[in-house]
Ligand binder design. Sequence first.
Ligand code: PLP
Length: 419
Amino acid sequence: MADIFEKLLKNAGPLGQHRERAHGYFAFPKLEGEIGSRMKFRGKDMIVWSLNNYLGLANHPEIRKADADAAAAYGLASPMGARMMSGNTDQHEQLESELASFVFKQDSILMNFGYQGIMSTIDAICGRHDIIVYDAESHACIIDGLRLHPGHRYVFKHNDLEDFEKQMQRATALIEKQKAGGILVITEGVFGMAGDQGKLKEIAALKGKYDFRLLVDDAHGFGTLGKTGAGAGEAQGCQDDIDLYFSTFAKSMASIGAFLAGDKAIIDFIRYNIRSQIFAKSLPMPLVIGNLKRLEMLRTMPELKEKLWSNALKLQAGLKERGFDIGKTDTPVTPVYMIGGVEEATAMVMDLRENYKIFCSIVIYPVIPKGHIIYRLIPTAAHTDADIQETLIAFTETKAKLDAGAYKVEAIPDMAEKK
Ligand SMILES: Cc1ncc(COP(=O)(O)O)c(C=O)c1O
């Protein structure tokens, strides 16, 4: 019999295979200093474009104070135990009620992490006769949630309504044949890689034609889209058609935790049946109080969202004017598509960091097809005009070098942290 660890030592995985050269630089980099548009990386000041700190709340003095005061008052331990057993508080319930109002729903439930929360929601509401129809580019947490689902699932091509209808017809036919079960459609408000919004309005409009409930993961839309910041459903005028609205606190709220909102009776069911919350310690008090403060700022400081959008539009217009392909984004998420190999992409990133002081994330094979590179820029309310201008110049110069073949290297540059 093989030692179960043997294969792990032979094959480190598609990304792990690069770790000896990449660790601490291309992967697991350490950004230091106060969270903002300029931070330190390996001792150098960088303009940072890789944080989902959309509204610039991470280091806002009022947030820092609220977090510190709550930690001083309660410590990190409080409350002890799971909500159901001993870890419930008035503040947890207050946050749930305020979140529900903010996204125009009757009730909501807090989750310690979005990733587990989505998985566990799918597990709680779907039985073996139920069918899940989901977008092909769904986030890993949705895909992992599907793994917990004992019934059928049908995937539709990303944002493709024709294919969506095809899969709905298959699902509907199977439900009729089984004479049991229902359909849950899962998609996202904003797809975090390409920045395009999910076609929520169009999907919701098909509710008359097909019978289904709609779960939307709006991790990137919450706080950034819609008149009041209630997200992609509000922006598209179909919030009422979203049966279960989800967001993490990890992005516009610059915190930890997540929530799921919907009709009271359904949220009540989930509250009593969601395993990742029932069998896990309650969200610590400083996070609950800190998230109450963040939500208050989302409600009362629309200028944060306005600044985010003004920066996003300046960056996107600047890139387009310079001939860059930024795809179909209609949100602040700004992908820059280029052609090149994994080695070239890493050499360009190194040049961007070392010589232009630009820190952004790259997405390469196997996450996307071979030969393609995506530089992913996340503008925030904390960025300045100078940050944007310097970045546009850096991208123009490095793209010219990429096209001239200047980054053609044999292997990923060895930038690993030497201990
Ligand atoms: C679309 C989407 N859903 C869910 C999550 C997971 O949320 P969390 O970080 O709270 O686990 C993320 C990443 O944060 C995300 O981008």
